[in-house]
Write a protein that binds this ligand. Structure first.
Ligand code: UD1
Length: 379
């Protein structure tokens, strides 16, 4: 029996990326073992269980259960617990996705044990080194033997950093595979029990709804910045009710800073983190989405829904040039002007970027199987 591929997930945005890869692997190489390891970086039920169920991800073979901590603590805990797993499982390679702490921690542990690293969603760069994810991307790509790219601009970033193009493959976007696969099962607002109260508010206003997500440290950790953003969202909510699934980090900051009164339940409607099918339906039917998430910039582009990104930069430039995304930063006047523009004109139309066609995972698995079969893999 050949040595297994060991696939790693840790945090919510990893789940939508691993699902189509594991499904394609099972379909194309049913005899070859692939194991799933969850680091436990995200552990709340709302951030984990419903994704495994809805996306039909197999239960993890290994769960490290590391939980929260400072970046150093979290990264170190994952490394400490991942190393003995590598010793026991002896995988042919590990596959990591995205840019979370689990991605870099497992990549670093594996290469130090002489195990090749495969990185899915490689080469994205915001150019902003104050973002923890940017550091995770830079390091993971340097450590990877095989790199799969979602957009062509990633090639330039990797070449500039001295990574050989022979290691890189442009394959499209696995997150969009998941979106295509589940689009028919996306839940309309009226069928989401968790949204009963917001639904009533939205129905009363009769103007449709918008969606907001916020969780980046740069937006939620500084009380002044968070207050100003919530005030701006409140103002937008008077024009268009905004449904706001709250990330645990954001909820904790709002409570700590005593900003709950800004989530009045009429203009800005807070709800618990939603499952994938609920979130997909909510975004699909929205008139606009305001976010600081990376994945949502891509998903709104695929859905053709206007997206305003509350950041100064993006590592996903194709969502700006071809998709429906616009960077608006944090200035209230700029954000409000862009919202008015979208409400008046419907916003950017956009088109599906190259190879965001629902088949990226199949391309990855085909290439990966051939690569693994070469034997004597480079590090
Ligand atoms: C992480 C990723 C980010 C990704 C995001 C999606 C890193 C550096 N960041 O950020 O790229 O966009 O996930 O959600 O890996 N918490 C809970 N329950 C959980 C998970 C987190 O309560 O299940 C709280 C904890 O207080 C924790 C805080 O949220 O300290 C932050 O969690 P963490 O996983 O460190 O980073 P995220 O902000 O979720």
């Amino acid at each position: 029996m050949s040595a297994p591929l060991l696939c790693v997930v840790g945090a919510r945005p990893n789940f939508m990326k691993i699902a189509p890869i594991m499904a394609a692997w099972r379909a194309r190489a049913p005899q070859r073992p692939a194991l799933l390891l969850h680091t436990g970086q995200h552990y709340d039920e709302s951030m984990k269980r419903q994704f495994f169920e809805q996306l039909q991800i197999p239960q993890p073979d290994i769960d490290l259960g590391v939980g929260s901590g400072s970046h150093a603590v979290q990264t170190a805990q994952i490394m400490l617990q991942f190393e003995p797993v590598l010793e026991r499982v002896r995988p042919a390679a590990i596959l990591v996705v995205g840019d979370v702490n689990s991605t870099v921690a497992c990549a670093l542990t594996a290469i130090k044990r002489g195990i090749p690293v495969v990185h899915v969603e490689a080469g994205l760069r915001s150019g902003d080194r104050s973002m923890p994810e940017e550091i995770n991307r830079l390091i993971t790509d340097q450590l990877s033997a095989r790199l799969y790219l979602t957009e062509r601009s990633a090639f330039d970033n990797l070449l500039r950093e001295g990574i050989e193009s022979s290691r890189c493959r442009f394959v499209g976007n696995v997150m969009i595979d998941t979106l295509h696969h589940h689009s028919r099962a996306a839940l309309p607002l009226a069928q989401i029990p968790a949204l009963a109260q917001p639904q009533r508010q939205v129905a009363v206003r009769g103007a449709g709804h918008g969606v907001v997500t916020l969780h980046r440290p740069a937006n939620v950790d500084d009380p002044q910045v968070l207050r100003r953003l919530l005030e701006t969202l409140n103002q937008i909510g008077r024009r268009l009710p905004l449904i706001f699934p709250l990330h645990p980090r954001t909820r904790a900051q709002i409570v700590q800073q005593r900003l709950e009164s800004l989530l009045d339940g009429e203009t800005l409607l807070p709800v618990e983190p939603l499952g994938y099918l609920e979130m997909l339906g909510l975004m699909r039917d929205a008139r606009l989405v305001l976010t600081d998430s990376g994945g949502i910039q891509e998903e709104t582009t695929a859905l053709g829904v206007p997206c305003l990104t509350l950041r100064e930069n993006t590592e996903r430039p194709i969502t700006l040039t071809e998709g429906t995304n616009t960077l608006v930063g944090r200035d209230p006047a700029t954000i409000l002007a862009q919202v008015e523009e979208i409400l008046a004109s419907g916003g950017k139309r956009g088109r599906a970027p190259e190879l965001w066609d629902g088949h990226a995972a199949e391309r990855i698995v085909d290439d990966l199987l051939a690569w693994l079969d070469r034997g004597d893999l480079p590090l």
